[in-house]
Design a binder for this molecule. Structure first.
Ligand code: ADP
Ligand code: MG
Length: 463
């Protein structure tokens, strides 16, 4: 029988699922799953093993049903699962984290015979989709983009290390991996890892007494790419090992590129000697894309997916989603899924209808609450929530507390007595004083201003 374009529906489901969990988690569960069949209102999902099946049944059936209905406008009677290997043609259509090459080797069931290039990418930890060809440059990322090219042209020289920072979903991983692809093309030895993978590898090596193997993997590359270094915070042993790795590579003029959600000087629970080194080369930030860039990104994604959309539709999505490029793609996938399923061309009114729930979900996620603000401040300064709201008069708590009060005032317009209350029952005059003080600091162009911008960004970022 004629199947509806199941792959597109799956893409839409993936986009939604991705917004609700960490990228690593998302990759684990969804990477090798796919829609196997859809008939008589019964959806059958192919999963790689019984473990994943159990996870889907327990945790995700309800969500998939809901998303499916939203995307297709049809009802579902039931979801079934079958253990199946994902067909090769659907392997690489979504931006999953690059798989761990060792896992791939172990995974005999999922036997793919990659081309030489693919296998090189895989070994380097790179996802084929994240290249410069698919990367749009705008004002928000032009500095970072230029710095990447400078590092590629003269690796290990002026821009070493290159440190790129910015909020969630703004293209750090894409850019980092693009450098990797580019240097692979000139036959350099490339290794991309998340800082979590570096940590796990290190812990495993220590546990199995394989320190030398670890060193030979990490210290014999021309380019080391470390994504989301902020997750190394508080892990002293790993930081020490990273310090040695860094120094060895740096001394040998090998290029190192690092990404983070914040600037080096704002990193907490990271050794001072590492922070100093992060600032040795070039530090570049990625900001929020402006409207023109968001439109350009959407147009480029439409082209890649071979699904042209009317400019009014593109304009509508780009106007309504403004701080996370991953969400832009999610909205696009939702529309494409719907239209392919119903075999229709989306006009503006269909688009509005399709995206209504999507926007509500994003807004709910982005909505600032006192709790979210306090958590973001605590997280940024590496403090416990109870330290911010507690009564300790320690000096290092003063500024974070004042910033929390300032953000409560400016972000959600809380009254001074309410702010005092949120901060563990402080007097309203304390809240007033804090806001005046922070406003002054901002006017004087102090570093606090940057901190506040980054905290504010982290409140509106969706994981
Ligand atoms: P981050 O690592 O900063 O959280 P990612 O690099 O994972 O963000 O980007 C999120 C999504 O947005 C990815 O699918 C990526 O391809 C896309 N994206 C981000 N920036 C751009 C850009 N400038 N051009 C095209 N796509 C982009
Ligand atoms: Mg990333």
């Amino acid at each position: 029988m004629d199947h509806p374009p199941l792959e597109q529906i799956w893409q839409a489901i993936l986009s939604e699922a991705e917004l609700n969990m960490s990228k690593a988690n998302f990759t684990t569960w969804f990477k090798n799953s796919f829609i196997f069949d859809y008939q008589n209102d019964i959806l059958t999902i192919g999963v790689p093993n019984a473990f994943t099946q159990a996870w889907f049944e327990n945790k995700f059936s309800k969500d998939i049903t809901q998303i499916f209905c939203k995307v297709t406008g049809n009802k579902l009677k039931e979801i079934k699962y079958v253990i199946k290997t994902k067909p090769k043609e659907t392997q690489n259509t979504y931006n999953f984290l690059a798989p761990d090459p060792n896992e791939q080797k172990k995974d005999k069931i999922n036997k793919i015979t990659p081309t030489k290039d693919e296998s090189l990418c895989l070994a380097a930890g790179l996802n084929a989709k994240y290249t410069f060809e698919t990367f749009i440059v705008g004002k928000h990322n032009e500095l970072a983009h230029a710095a990447c090219w400078a590092a590629i042209r003269q690796p290990g020289e002026t821009y070493n290390p290159l440190f790129i920072y910015g909020g969630v979903g703004l293209g750090k991983t894409h850019l980092l991996q693009a450098i990797g692809h580019e240097m692979l093309r000139s036959n350099k030895k490339v290794l991309y890892v998340t800082s979590e993978k570096f940590t796990n590898d290190y812990v495993d090596a220590v546990y199995h007494g394989q320190g030398n193997t670890f060193k030979s993997v990490y210290r014999n590359v021309d380019l080391l790419l470390v994504d989301d270094i902020q997750f190394m915070a508080g892990k002293d042993g790993t930081q020490q090992e990273f310090f040695y790795t860094f120094d060895q590579l740096h001394r040998a003029n090998k290029q190192i590129v690092i990404t983070s959600d914040r600037s080096p000087r704002n990193m907490k629970a990271v050794e001072a000697r590492l922070i100093t080194r992060f600032e040795w080369g070039m530090v570049a930030d990625i900001g929020q894309p402006d409207l023109e860039t968001r439109i350009a990104i959407l147009n480029s994604k439409c082209q890649q997916k071979n699904f042209p959309l009317d400019p009014s539709v593109i304009q509508y999505i780009a106007t309504n989603i403004n701080n996370n490029i991953r969400e832009l793609e999610g909205a696009l996938n939702r529309i494409i899924g719907f239209c392919q399923f119903h075999n229709c061309q989306p006009d503006l009114s269909i688009t509005k209808q399709i995206l209504k729930d999507f926007f509500i979900a994003i807004q709910a996620n982005n909505l600032s609450t006192p709790q979210k603000i306090l958590e973001a401040v605590a997280n940024f300064y590496n403090l416990n929530l109870s330290e911010i709201t507690g009564s300790s008069r320690k000096k290092e708590l003063v500024i974070p507390r004042q910033i929390a009060m300032y953000l409560l005032r400016t972000k959600i317009n809380a009254s001074f007595p309410a702010i005092g209350q949120e901060l563990g029952g402080r007097d309203h005059t304390t809240a007033m004083h804090a806001c005046t003080k922070i406003e002054q600091e901002i006017r004087n162009g102090s570093k606090i201003r940057q901190d506040i911008e980054q905290i504010a960004q982290s409140i509106t970022s969706v994981y």
